[in-house]
Ligand binder design. Structure first.
Ligand code: FES
Ligand SMILES: [Fe+2]
Length: 383
């Protein structure tokens, strides 16, 4: 085997475009330089992460007026806030004085006070307090607000976008919505949310999550035994611009993943089916009849990925537990084990992408979604 010569940036984009235009049965994985080049991450920030909807978590993570959580949209720190009117909004998390970050983590507040010189903002982002500014002629408190950012709720998810002109989330995902509605996902109850950083490129993780080919092998000891991958169902309607998805059928032996007897919404075969959407660029989830779990990703350079990872249970499942806390702990331990298996894979793939002797190989029909992701990347990055 020959060592691959490093490609120039334009050559990488041309190679990506070429692979994207190839039918799945003749396609390979994308050129490996898209995972490793720092210029590619900068290009992705410019073409993808500053103008796409990014998932910030679940609406029930901020259930009460004044509840807030920090989220970063690319390089822009945001505060996600449940306002006094019950709606969720997103604002810049940067003080309008000398640009200190205002808040970290999560909590409940009536006001946000900057830790630097105590300028104070209300839940609507209006500056309401600033000491020792009475001799400053260019200061007018009423003119100063935290800039707001697009923020929408969609079936229980919170999405934010720095671009004021993108279409509403529900419009972009209309064809996906019809598949999701019978699951009543908006009622699922969040059981945990965590933030992690893994040593890999964000696309390695996105691609890993969207294919079931690896399940019987790499997840043999956890989820793999209960997914007959040969029964994976792809969307018979074709490909879509803003998402991709597949359906998995659970076998009768699966301990979780099927509808609870109190679930009257899912009928027939749908009681055993999980939907696995990827909302481009980087929000992936497994929506099972009894639970869901998700990842929302952002790059932190080519070799690091920031991950928001969480899970939720269907309300009837939680209500049926004699000991809900134990059930939640068991569910989390199981999902953590799956996550750990994936961490080893995607960090290993990134090592592979940097290796001089590596090259991308052909895809299986089970990796149809990966090819659709390549096509999405080519649309955003190459045109
Ligand atoms: S930077 Fe916030 S009060 Fe000075
Ligand atoms: Fe996996």
């Amino acid at each position: 085997m020959q060592m691959q010569q490093p490609l120039k940036f334009d050559d990488v984009l041309n190679a990506l475009k070429r692979i994207a235009a190839t039918p799945l049965d003749a396609a390979t994985a994308p050129p490996k330089a898209i995972y490793t080049l720092p210029e590619m991450t900068a290009h992705e920030m410019d073409r993808i992460f500053t103008n796409e909807w990014l998932c910030a978590g679940r609406a029930d993570e901020v259930p009460n007026p004044g509840d807030f959580m920090a989220f970063e949209c690319g390089d822009q720190p945001l505060i996600i806030i449940r306002g006094t009117d019950g709606s969720i909004s997103a604002r810049s998390n940067i003080c309008r004085h000398r640009m200190m970050r205002l808040i970290e983590g999560r909590g409940n507040a009536r006001k946000f006070t900057c830790p630097y010189h105590a300028w104070t903002y209300n839940l609507d982002g209006q500056l309401v307090g600033a000491a020792f500014m009475d001799r400053t002629s260019c200061f007018n408190k009423s003119d100063i607000q935290l800039p707001s950012v697009r923020c929408e709720e969609y079936l229980g998810w919170i999405y934010v976008c720095l671009d004021p002109d993108v279409s509403p989330v529900a419009d972009m995902l209309a064809e996906l919505t019809e598949k999701l509605l019978p699951y009543n996902m908006q009622d699922y109850v969040t059981i945990f949310t965590e933030d992690h950083v893994w040593e890999t490129n964000w696309k390695c993780l996105t691609e890993n999550f969207m294919e079931g080919y690896h399940l019987p092998v790499a997840h043999h000891d956890t989820v793999g035994g209960h997914f007959p991958v040969e029964e994976t169902l792809f969307d018979e309607r074709g490909s879509f611009a803003h998402f991709t998805s597949q359906l998995f059928v659970k076998t009768g032996t699966a301990p979780v993943g099927t509808a609870h007897p109190d679930n009257t919404s899912l009928i027939g075969k749908w009681r055993n089916i999980s939907v696995m959407p990827t909302v481009f660029p980087s929000h992936m989830y497994v929506l099972a009849p009894d639970h869901l779990w998700y990842l929302a990703l952002q790059p932190d350079g080519p070799g690091r990925t920031r991950i928001r990872y969480g899970a939720a249970l269907a309300p009837e499942v939680l209500a049926a537990q004699a000991d809900p806390q134990s059930y939640i702990a068991e569910t989390k331990a199981f999902l953590d084990a799956v996550q750990l298996e994936d961490k080893q894979l995607v960090e290993g793939i990134f090592v592979g992408a940097k290796a001089p002797l590596s090259s991308p190989g052909p895809l299986s029909w089970l990796e149809r979604e990966n090819h659709e992701f390549t096509q999405y990347l080519a649309r955003r990055l190459c045109d």
